[in-house]
Each structure stands twice: as structure tokens, then as C-alpha cells.
Design a protein. Structure first.
Lengths: 150, 498
């Protein structure tokens, strides 16, 4: 049973909903609840949190009966590298400027695919960076420094 | 007569040089991105949304609408040419469209698809013009309780008719409502669920969620697909349907249009339901049903007309009531809000140029698809050959610049990365993110109307069932839920949407 649960997709969906619902209700305790006549900021989120928990329980109950497994594969490499490329882009936009941020973004995101050919990614990086500079900086006039300090 | 007056006004707006240009750019860019394998209309609109920031509201809506039809059209092209549906709505087109392509009649299939879509688009432009205003006028008289119940009905039907597990879709709507109210409470000013980040005080940006889930999330799931996409392109052949082809297609196009328009007005019905139903009807009425699946032209004509009719009529609830009937419409509503326009029945009276200009531009956009895109088919085919590993870094570039440029803060980009990962988790758990998006857009309005309703009624929740119009909406929502839970319907629903 324990093993089956680990792959049961309804179980995980339900657990996630219960978790978020409970979290919302817990955090909402800090907000004034008010009454139906005068709904405070905590009223709506507390109710929504409660509904989420209820849905979560129902979904787990259904899932335990049907036992549907999580399907499809997940590329761990893409799951890690793609969000990482966004985070690096954000950091470099602040620290280094538009061009370094884009170069790293294209490079890291391209590396999240299965086939990474350096001779292909290098020209791609150059082309995409140039295109983005042309379109966004020169074309649309976004006010970002190309390279900080220059 | 007022209708013609308004339509002429709308064409006046839409035919200004600027707006024609926006419409043209939208249609072209939409088709361009829509043809690319692995990018559906949702991701296309989400990704290109930031391009429209610097354009005035009317122009930006016209451009977004153009992107939307262009992306849909691009989806049909890939279904016919390479048996690769860009989105669920084109799955049906693959069946006979691809067979026609293998018989060397790809050009005819594409032409019939474009003609059918154009006809449906024309009819539905009129339908939107005809039914939008009375609906908006009616909604203008609604009080908060009516509006709350209407939104409830919209969200329930959207969840129930969405793809996948109904219970999970309903739960995702609630989750969306919760995400929608992150930020300062309009009533008290209390910052809710901000975790100390001042960046969240204005709420989670709409573009962040849309791009995070539908662009970044989709790329992760595409990269996780172990199957390598191999694209075989067939010869396009003659674009001109024969007299016999036309004769065979007229009735199916008419039937598809009527069906699509009817289903399109209902919130939440995905175009896949309309196309599926259209295909089934054609198979039923055909003299020789065995031709279906082997390149029957009716199997392309009717679903394509239904698809476009459905997509177009989705604008009715969006424009006149401010209720999104599909994920793409939620994106359009979000775009309106970014331009500082409160969606709802007021748009028609306060922004008549936007309302009528957009309606007129729908027809112009559809016309452009026929007369400009069809001759460019060769170019779209060559786009199909671009391998995905070169495409997705480009999508990432567009997405991240788009997100960053909204507020010029890096926090938004980090948040999008988080939603990309969340989107993947939800998909693996079988939770469709589309109902979440609808809830997210409506979240603040649902809370506000609930609050006002209860204030008017002195805190008595029975206000929702004692006012007749509100009661009607509640009854419809409950009925839809009950019908969908009947075992027989439940099974068929799984067959269609699953």
C-alpha cells in the first residue's frame, strides 16, 4: 500500500491541495476575519482554504479507489536547468546587463535539452542575442544597459 | 439599423492604418509561432502578450486577437501537413486532413480549412455583434449578487467542461481564486500572502503565471517527452479545390459553423468538443461513412468551421460580461486589465472604439488569413522543419524579456520559474492549469462581489437565491454539476475530453 501511494497521482494532487488549503487558512489567521456582513481580509481566503482541503480529501478518497498512477516521464535535467536559466537571467539583468543575461539564458536553457551541440548552440546564442537587442532595445526602446558599466 | 451603424463605426476604427497593421502583425506572428511544433495557441498568446504593452489598448487587443486566430490557423496547418496537432482542437483535423495530404491533396485540405474558417468567422463576427450588446446591456443592470452567481456559473461550467478530471478542475478553480487575491486587499489594504515581499503587494502578475505555466512549463514537459519528433512534410499540391470538393464542403461548413457557434457561447466548452461533435455529425449524415478516416473532405471542412466558430463566439462572454470562457480568453482579459480597463459590461459603453473595433477586426483578421496566409503556405512548411532544440531557447528569450519588462524587477522572473515547476507538478498530478487561470483572473472580482452582496443583504447569504436572476444562475450551475455526475454522461465526457 505504501509503495502504491508514492505513485498515486490523485493522492499527490489531494495532498498538494490540502497543504495549500491548510497553509492559506493558517496564514489567514493573521488577517481580520470579520463577519458575513462585513467581510474582513481573512474571510474569503479562509473559506477558499477550507474548500481546498475538502476537495483534497475527496480527491484522495477517489484516488485510493482508482489507484491511477502518475504517468509520463520527467526530464530532471530540464526541470532543474530551465528554471535555473530564468533565475540566472534575473540575477544577471541586475548585475551585468542585458547581453550577459541573454547569453547565459540561451546557453543554460539550450543545455536543458537532450542534445547539446556546442557548435550549434554558440551561433544560436549569437543570433538570438543580436535579434533580442535589435528588437527590444533598438526597436521597442527598452531602457536596459547592454553591458553594465559601459 | 443600430447594428450596422455600430459595425460601420467598428470598421472605421479597425481600418485605420495603424490598427490594420497591428492586425496584420498579429495574424502573421500568430501563424508563424502557431506553426512551430510544440507551441499551442495558449503559449503563443502568453509569450507574445508583452509585445503589446506599448500599443494603445484597442490596437493591442486587435493584435492579440490576430495572434489568436493566426495560432489556431497554424495549428490546423500542422495537423494537415504533418499529422501533428498543435492543440487539442486540431486533433480531429488530423484524421482526414493528413490522409488528404498523403494523397497529394494537402493544398485542397488547407484551402478548404481556410475557407471554412473564414465563413465561420464571418458568421460569428455578426453573431458577436448581434448578441454581445444586448447581453452587456442586461449585465449592466446586474447587482453584485447577480454578478457573483454569474461568475460562479462561469467558473463551474468552465471546470466541468474542461479537459481531465472534473473534481480536480473544480479544485483548481478554487486554487486560482486563492492565487488571484494575493496582494493588497482592496477593502482594508492588508497585504495578504505576500510573505514579506513588497513585489507581491500588487498581486501576482498575470503574465508571470501565464508564461510560467504555458511557456516554461510546456517546454519542460516537451523536453521530458522521450520521443523524438520526426517531421515528414508532404507535398502541398494544388491549392484550388475542384467544383466537386466545394459542393461536398458547403453543407458541412454550414453545419460546423452552427454547431461551433452554439457550443462556443457556453463557457468552458473547449473547441475540441465542438470539433469532435462536428466530425461525428458528418460521419452520421454521410452517405458513405467508410470514406471517413481515408481523406474525406467533409471531415476537414466541418470541424475546422466549428473550431473557428467556437473560438470566435468565445468573445461574447468575454467582451460583454467580462467572463473568460477559455484559457485564451482569460489571457485577453488579463491584457485588458494590464491596460487599466476593467473588464465587464461597461467596456461596450465606455470603450466603444475598443468593443466595435475589435469585432470588426475579427472579420478583417479572418480575411487576412485567407488572402495572405494561403499563398505563403510554402514558407510555413519550411518553418515546420526547424528542430525543437533550436526553438525552445528562443521561446525562453521572448518569455523572460517579456516578464522582466513588465515591471523591470528580477523577482518576477524568479516567480515565473517557480510557476513553471508548479505547472509541471500539476500536469503530472492530472490537474489542468486552465481552470486555475480562469479562477485567477476572476479571483478579486469574485471576492469583491461576494463582499458587496453580503453587505447589501445584511450578511444574509440567502440573497443569492432570493433574487430571481441570481437564482437562475445558481440553478444552472447546480444542474450542470448534477448532469455531469450522472454515470452515463461521466463516461462519455471522458471519451470526448480525455
Amino acid at each position: 500500500m505504501k509503495f502504491a501511494l508514492r505513485k498515486n497521482k490523485d493522492f499527490w494532487a489531494g495532498m498538494m491541495l490540502i497543504g495549500i488549503g491548510a497553509g492559506a487558512m493558517f496564514i489567514s489567521r493573521d488577517y481580520w476575519f470579520g463577519s458575513a456582513l462585513r467581510m474582513g481580509p481573512g474571510f474569503f481566503p479562509t473559506i477558499l482554504g477550507g474548500i481546498l482541503i475538502a476537495f483534497g480529501i475527496c480527491i484522495i478518497a477517489v484516488g485510493l479507489r482508482s489507484g491511477e498512477k502518475i504517468q509520463g516521464s520527467l526530464s530532471l535535467r530540464a526541470l532543474l536547468l530551465l528554471p535555473l536559466s530564468l533565475v540566472l537571467f534575473g540575477i544577471l539583468m541586475q548585475l551585468a546587463g542585458f547581453i550577459p543575461a541573454l547569453v547565459v539564458l540561451v546557453f543554460v536553457s539550450a543545455a536543458s535539452g537532450r542534445k547539446f551541440k556546442l557548435m550549434e548552440v554558440l551561433p544560436l546564442t549569437v543570433v538570438l542575442t543580436l535579434a533580442a537587442v535589435a528588437l527590444f532595445i533598438w526597436g521597442l526602446g527598452l531602457p536596459y544597459p547592454l553591458i553594465k558599466g559601459y | 439599423m443600430e447594428l450596422f451603424h455600430n459595425l460601420i463605426f467598428g470598421f472605421g476604427v479597425a481600418l485605420s492604418l495603424q490598427n490594420v497593421l497591428y492586425c496584420f502583425i498579429g495574424v502573421m506572428v500568430g501563424t508563424l509561432v502557431g506553426v512551430l511544433p510544440g507551441i499551442g495557441p495558449m503559449a503563443t498568446v502568453a509569450m507574445l502578450l508583452p509585445l503589446t504593452y506599448n500599443i494603445p489598448p484597442t490596437g493591442s487587443m486587435i493584435m492579440l486577437a490576430g495572434i489568436y486566430y493566426g495560432a489556431m490557423y497554424g495549428g490546423s496547418t500542422t495537423s494537415i501537413l504533418v499529422n501533428l496537432p498543435g492543440e487539442t482542437a486540431s486533433v480531429i483535423t488530423c484524421i482526414d486532413g493528413y490522409q488528404m495530404a498523403r494523397q497529394g491533396r494537402a493544398g485542397v485540405a488547407l484551402a478548404i480549412s481556410a475557407i471554412g474558417s473564414f465563413f465561420a468567422g464571418t458568421v460569428c463576427t455578426l453573431i458577436v455583434a448581434l448578441f454581445g450588446p444586448p447581453l452587456a446591456n442586461m449585465a449592466l443592470k446586474f447587482g453584485s449578487p447577480e454578478y457573483f452567481s454569474l461568475m460562479l456559473m462561469g467558473l463551474v461550467t468552465a471546470a466541468v467542461l474542461a479537459q481531465g478530471d472534473m473534481l480536480k478542475s473544480l479544485a483548481m478553480v478554487v486554487l486560482g481564486l486563492l492565487l488571484g487575491i494575493v496582494g493588497s486587499d482592496v477593502d482594508s489594504g492588508v497585504k495578504r500572502f505576500c510573505f514579506g515581499y513588497f513585489e507581491l503587494a500588487d498581486g501576482i502578475g498575470f503574465v508571470i503565471i501565464a508564461v510560467g505555466i504555458f511557456a516554461v512549463g510546456e517546454i519542460i514537459s516537451n523536453l521530458s517527452d522521450p520521443e523524438e519528433r520526426v517531421v515528414f512534410t508532404s507535398k502541398v499540391g494544388s491549392l484550388y479545390p475542384t467544383r466537386h470538393d466545394m459542393k461536398q464542403s458547403v453543407a458541412p461548413i454550414l453545419r460546423g459553423t452552427v454547431l461551433g457557434a452554439f457550443l462556443g457561447v457556453l463557457p468552458g466548452t473547449t473547441p475540441s468538443i465542438a470539433t469532435f461533435a462536428a466530425y461525428m455529425i458528418e460521419k452520421k449524415v454521410a452517405k458513405d461513412p467508410s470514406r471517413f478516416g481515408h481523406g474525406a473532405i467533409e471531415g476537414v471542412a466541418s470541424p475546422e468551421a466549428a473550431n473557428n466558430a467556437d473560438a470566435q463566439c468565445k468573445f461574447i462572454p468575454m467582451l460583454s460580461l467580462g467572463i473568460p470562457a477559455s484559457g485564451t480568453m482569460a489571457l485577453m482579459l488579463g491584457a485588458l486589465m494590464i491596460h487599466g480597463i476593467a473588464p465587464g459590461p461597461g467596456v461596450m459603453t465606455q470603450k466603444p472604439d475598443l468593443f466595435w473595433g475589435l469585432i470588426a477586426s475579427m472579420w478583417i483578421g479572418n480575411l487576412m488569413l485567407v488572402i495572405i496566409n494561403l499563398p505563403l503556405i510554402g514558407m510555413w512548411v519550411s518553418m515546420l522543419k526547424v528542430p525543437y532544440r533550436l526553438l525552445f531557447p528562443a521561446i525562453m528569450v521572448f518569455s523572460s524579456i517579456g516578464i522582466y519588462s513588465t515591471n523591470n524587477i528580477s523577482f518576477d522572473v524568479y516567480l515565473a520559474a517557480l510557476f513553471g515547476v508548479l505547472g509541471i507538478a500539476w500536469r503530472m498530478f492530472g490537474c489542468s492549469p486552465v481552470p486555475m487561470l480562469l479562477g485567477f483572473v476572476l479571483g478579486p472580482m469574485v471576492e469583491e462581489n461576494l463582499r458587496r452582496s453580503l453587505q447589501v443583504s445584511n450578511g444574509d447569504p440567502s440573497v443569492f437565491v432570493t433574487r430571481p436572476i441570481s437564482l437562475a444562475f445558481i440553478v444552472v450551475s447546480v444542474l450542470i454539476l448534477v448532469i455531469m455526475m450522472l454515470p452515463a454522461v461521466k463516461k462519455r465526457r471522458g471519451d470526448i475530453t480525455g
